[in-house]
Design a protein around this ligand. Structure first.
Ligand SMILES: C[S@@+](CC[C@H](N)C(=O)[O-])C[C@H]1O[C@@H](n2cnc3c(N)ncnc32)[C@H](O)[C@@H]1O
Length: 257
């Protein structure tokens, strides 16, 4: 298995940074250079979404618990813009921070519907009505019982829920096999360190990626510090460097099924 951040001196990517579109089309070959080009391509819309999210956090204060860090949230937004998915499935909304990033991308695309799942429904009152509009369906309950077959047609899968190994095994064994091969997917809270915690969702996922010989991209500060170093220069040049949130762990991984 390789990680595909493709920075000189970083772990082998196995891929050249070709055009953004071809690189992004197979997340397998997603490189930090391609991500940097996406920042450039969507900079104006991204700037507006960052301002929107920052204002939202400021208004809500401590009553909003945001979980995604800036790089992983922004990369999610940028990939959704580039892929223009019709159907996005989000497992794990909590207070709705990732939900708002995803819905913002669908709004800016002018196409796409988000199906979100969580045991708690705080997200329903948090997400502004003009953002959810007619592009969002939320289902409350244990996703292992409520997911149904919507995921079969997913064009983008986002997972940030239970971080235990049992939950990881559930989706690796029951969800991944029914989703179309090649579907872009991201999973949060994998790399808080150089390796996922033993007996965790992250370790189950990494084992699956190795078995399937799949590479992944991560902006994790612990796993691939060179990625944030590279992208922070891009963001500075584009004047996108004022943080939305201060946290810089970015433990998410991006790959294709
Ligand atoms: C880390 S939080 C999600 C954070 C959110 N993505 C964000 O950006 O703020 C994890 C969420 O997963 C939900 N969750 C955990 N196990 C679940 C299950 N079996 N089915 C549905 N939701 C679950 C929890 O209720 C919690 O809200």
């Amino acid at each position: 298995m390789t990680i595909s951040n493709n920075i000189p001196g970083s772990v082998d990517s196995g891929a050249d940074a070709t055009s953004v579109r071809s690189a992004v089309h197979s997340l397998r070959d997603l490189t930090v250079q391609a991500v940097s080009e996406l920042y450039e391509k969507y900079q104006d819309d991204l700037r507006a979404v960052r301002d929107q999210q920052r204002d939202f956090l400021r208004q809500r204060g401590k009553s909003m618990k945001a979980q995604l860090d800036d790089y992983e949230a922004e990369i999610t937004y940028l990939l959704l813009r580039e892929y223009r998915p019709e159907t996005v499935v989000e497992i794990g909304t909590f207070y709705g921070w990732s939900t708002m990033w995803i819905l913002s991308a669908l709004r800016d695309n002018g196409v796409g519907h988000l199906y979100s799942f969580d045991i708690v429904d705080r997200v329903v009152t948090n997400v502004p009505a003009d953002l959810s509009a007619d592009r969002w369906t939320f289902t409350k309950g244990d996703v292992r019982e409520t997911l149904g077959d919507v995921v079969d047609g997913a064009d983008y899968l986002f997972i940030d829920a239970d971080h235990g190994a049992r939950f990881g095994r559930w989706y690796v064994e029951n969800v991944f096999p029914v989703v179309r091969p090649g579907t872009p997917t991201s999973v949060h809270d994998v790399f808080h360190g150089r390796r996922p915690k033993p007996i965790s969702e992250g370790s189950v996922l990494m084992k699956w990626l190795v078995e399937k010989n799949k590479s992944f991209f991560t902006p994790s500060a612990a796993k691939a510090p060179e990625v944030i170093e590279y992208l922070s220069k891009t963001k500075k040049e584009l004047r996108l460097d004022t943080p939305v949130r201060e946290s810089r762990h970015n433990p998410m991984v991006f790959f294709t099924l």
